[in-house]
Design a protein around this ligand. Structure first.
Ligand SMILES: O=P(O)(O)O[C@H]1O[C@H](CO)[C@@H](O)[C@H]1O
Length: 250
């Protein structure tokens, strides 16, 4: 996808966390996309891997220091919205930070003023112009039938949700549930980077005690492969159409 690639394995980057999840390669890839400089993480970090929440989000601050202006996040998520299907791509318009309700927020601790303010606003966490751009490009690419918008709820994991938990998340207004992304978004916004985020709905959560369905990571990986090409096309088209005043890294 990227031209003129320079690749670093996470294990060769001092103090960088290591990917422990099957399906997360553990490489930082620099390169250009239609002439635009980009850096991609192949593998991200999660609370359930046992890392402190500040370590999970360290890459965001590194990206800020490298000059990154816009962060595009993708994830696999379980569909809570009854209109969603496996394979839908949801443009995230907002989030519910469940670990944050219990005080588990990546900005807890002394505030580093070099990055941002003590009390950052999150009502504009997901850049509305970029959301619209993603939706418009999705439509242009012919993804209209499987392109959705919605609210992503993060949980700590690694256990998948119970039926009662899924029911309550649905009632709370979440459209999809996962175990990532939100912590990165909070740190990216704190230091002023713009954010657009996409969830691939890899499974529909179980909300019915009569159902025999069981969430499992293999199904998540399998479903991710089905839309990998289309998601990559959407992301790369968004990258090439983002306005960049300073033409810096994406
Ligand atoms: O959010 P990403 O890392 O895409 O992956 C999702 O899929 C994994 C569970 O199958 C969890 O890591 C969950 O967060």
């Amino acid at each position: 996808m990227l031209k003129d690639q320079v690749v670093f394995n996470y294990k060769d980057i001092p103090n960088f966390p290591q990917s422990t999840v099957h399906g997360h390669a553990g490489r930082l890839v620099f390169g250009t996309l239609k002439g635009r400089p980009c850096v991609c993480m192949q593998g991200r970090f999660h609370l359930y891997e046992g890392y402190p929440i500040q370590k999970i989000t360290l890459p965001m601050r590194i990206f800020k220091m490298l000059g990154v202006e816009t962060v595009i996040l993708t994830n696999a998520a379980g569909g809570l919205n009854q209109d969603f299907k496996v394979g839908d791509i949801m443009v995230i318009k907002d989030h519910i930070n469940m670990p944050g309700f219990a005080g588990n927020n990546p900005l807890v601790g002394p505030n580093d003023e070099r990055f941002g303010v003590r009390f950052p606003c999150m009502s504009d966490a997901y850049d509305r112009e970029l959301q619209q751009l993603a939706v418009d490009i999705g439509q242009e690419l012919g993804y209209g039938d499987f392109l959705k918008e919605g609210v992503y709820c993060v949980l700590g994991g690694p256990s998948f949700e119970t039926i009662a938990e899924c029911r309550i998340l649905h009632k709370l207004g979440a459209d999809a549930v996962g175990m990532s992304t939100v912590h990165e978004v909070i740190v990216a916004r704190h230091c002023g980077m713009r954010v657009v985020a996409l969830s691939l709905i890899t499974n529909l959560v179980v909300m019915d005690y009569d159902s025999q369905e069981k969430a499992n990571h293999e199904d998540v990986l399998q479903a991710s492969k089905l839309r990998a090409g289309q998601l990559e096309r959407l992301v790369s088209t968004v990258v090439t159409r983002i306005d960049h005043p300073n033409s810096n890294l994406i």
